[in-house]
Design a protein around this ligand. Structure first.
Ligand code: HEM
Ligand code: HEM
Ligand code: SF4
Ligand code: SF4
Length: 437
């Protein structure tokens, strides 16, 4: 018997999509039955009260969580998002409802054993509810009490060899696309780079030392499966610099209809017979491809590596062999001064262990932003305020045409004094000898 009436939420149990309401009810029933005899450390009816407070919010059309919440574990300045219900008497099971961010493995591959181990800890010390995963990447353990935080931290570190994720003005949990583990487009090992940098910068992740949050994300190619260009301050996006590899026999097989375009991704609708000219050659953004009826050619010097031809004919057209990555900087959501996607900073760098070249770029940016960034100013905003030119100076990168989509149209151009013959010191008296008042 459910603890609270939830007529509005009950409607969300209908329809084909997996219902979070049905799942939470199932967990509530499981805790009530407690078939494994778990010694629950937070209220058994925590999931019931979560449904209760959510139903109330559906009715009132407003949230019932109090403002903020500062909790955590000793040694770290982040990792746990504290939260308290504003109706604790009505819903004592969620009076405390803190969220614990756990570091996830790159690419989010798991074994059942590992997940069972985490869930055994969470069953006993938490609500039994999770988010798999948070948008940044973390395993999110949703809902526990303050006294359980150190217990959970002890258990996940000692039993599961797993650390917390990040929160606050620091490096957040890095995330990556699954990369070379199962994608033939991957231009570098996103998982290894993500994992290595996460380990290398543990201090920056656990103890906030930055003006504001800072995120890394790693895409293996410009398709952007982890959306690094939009969702990370420091976006690493794989590419290549030699020629696209073309298998002409397989191109013919696509034209003959033996291979499905796009790996069959449009097979749900009849788009007619594959037309290589219409669907590939004419769609190329730079118009650098041609097909003479038998042979596909690419003028690689004019290819921007957009991925379209490779995405459309993955069996016949492949990324080059001289692979590496681009680095872009500054993506952020709208607050304060408007949304930004990352801007190209390093067009190409080879990705090689131990990743010193990439780390040098990161650390140069941090050295600058940690000193110059204003309180709660994302690096994208620091770039706007202090200029892209300044970013190039602090990272020792020479300005090049690839740094801009278009040159400036306004003439408010700053020159450095040393660039101007005679400097900026003005000789008023000398000027007046030639130009009378
Ligand atoms: C033969 C007459 C004039 C000539 C040849 C002249 C020429 C100029 C020039 C070459 C500039 C600089 C443009 C630049 O920096 O890009 C300028 C700016 C300016 N002139 Fe004149 N001007 C004349 C008359 C006037 C008069 C009569 C006024 C006002 C009553 C005036 C007001 C200004 C102002 C306000 C500026 C802008 C200053 C600034 O933006 O820093 N000018 N003028
Ligand atoms: C209390 C009176 C005034 C105030 C507070 C004021 C304020 C300003 C300010 C803040 C600027 C911008 C400066 C910059 O961008 O660096 C400016 C520019 C300018 N003001 Fe005024 N101003 C006043 C009166 C006047 C008057 C009476 C005139 C002309 C008769 C005038 C003509 C100009 C001009 C031509 C510019 C330059 C515009 C440009 O460079 O595009 N101002 N003023
Ligand atoms: S971003 Fe590219 S390399 Fe990574 S999974 Fe997506 S398509 Fe593959
Ligand atoms: S990757 Fe894009 S730009 Fe390059 S040849 Fe293919 S379609 Fe054209």
């Amino acid at each position: 018997m459910a603890k609270h009436q939830t007529p509005l939420l009950d409607q969300l149990e209908t329809g084909p999509w997996p219902s979070f309401v049905s799942d939470i009810k199932q967990e509530a029933a499981h805790r009530a039955a407690n078939p494994d005899g778990v010694d629950y450390q937070v209220p058994v009816d925590c999931p019931d009260d979560l449904l209760g407070v959510l139903e109330l919010s559906f009715k009132d059309k407003e949230t019932h969580w109090k403002h903020g919440g500062i909790v955590g574990v000793f040694g770290y300045g982040g990792g746990v998002i504290g939260r308290y219900c504003d109706q604790p008497e009505m819903f004592p099971g969620v009076a405390h409802f803190h969220t614990v961010r756990l570091a996830q493995p790159s690419g989010k591959y798991y074994t059942a054993d590992y997940l069972r181990g985490i869930m055994d800890i969470w069953d006993m010390r938490g609500s039994g509810l999770t988010n798999m995963h948070g948008s940044t990447g973390d395993i999110v353990l949703l809902g526990t009490t303050t006294p359980q935080l150190e217990e959970i931290f002890f258990d996940v570190t000692h039993k599961m060899n797993t650390d917390l994720g990040g929160s606050g003005g620091n490096l957040r949990t890095p995330a990556d696309c699954l990369g070379q583990s199962r994608c033939e487009f991957a231009c570098y090992d996103t998982q290894d780079l993500c994992h290595t940098l996460t380990n290398d910068y543990q201090d920056e992740l656990h103890r906030p030392a930055f003006p504001y949050k800072f995120k890394f994300k790693f895409d293996g190619c410009p398709n952007g499966c982890v959306a690094s260009i939009a969702r990370s301050d420091f976006s690493v996006i794989g590419t290549w610099k030699d020629d696209i590899r073309i298998d002409q026999d397989r191109v013919k097989a696509y034209v003959a209809g033996e291979f499905k375009p796009g790996g069959g991704s449009h097979s749900g609708r009849d788009w007619g017979k594959f037309d290589i000219v219409k669907e590939v050659v004419d769609r190329c953004p730079t118009g650098c491809m041609s097909y003479d009826g038998a042979k596909l050619s690419i003028d690689n010097a004019n290819c921007t590596r957009c991925m379209h031809c490779i995405n459309t004919m993955p069996a016949a057209v492949k990324i080059g062999l001289e692979t590496g990555t681009s680095i872009l900087l500054g993506a952020k959501a709208p607050i304060l001064d408007g949304a930004q996607m990352s801007s190209l900073l390093v067009p190409f760098v080879v990705v090689e262990k131990p990743y010193d070249e990439i780390k040098e770029v990161i650390e140069n940016i941090w050295d600058w932003w940690m000193e110059e960034g204003k309180n709660r100013e994302r690096v994208g905003e620091t770039m706007k305020r202090l200029s892209f030119q300044k970013l190039l100076e602090v990272t020792n990168i020479k300005a090049m045409p690839q740094h801009v989509k278009e040159p400036r149209s306004n003439p408010y151009i700053f020159f450095k004094e040393e660039e101007v013959p005679g400097g900026f010191a003005h000789d008023e008296a000398g000027y007046r000898q030639r130009h009378m008042r």
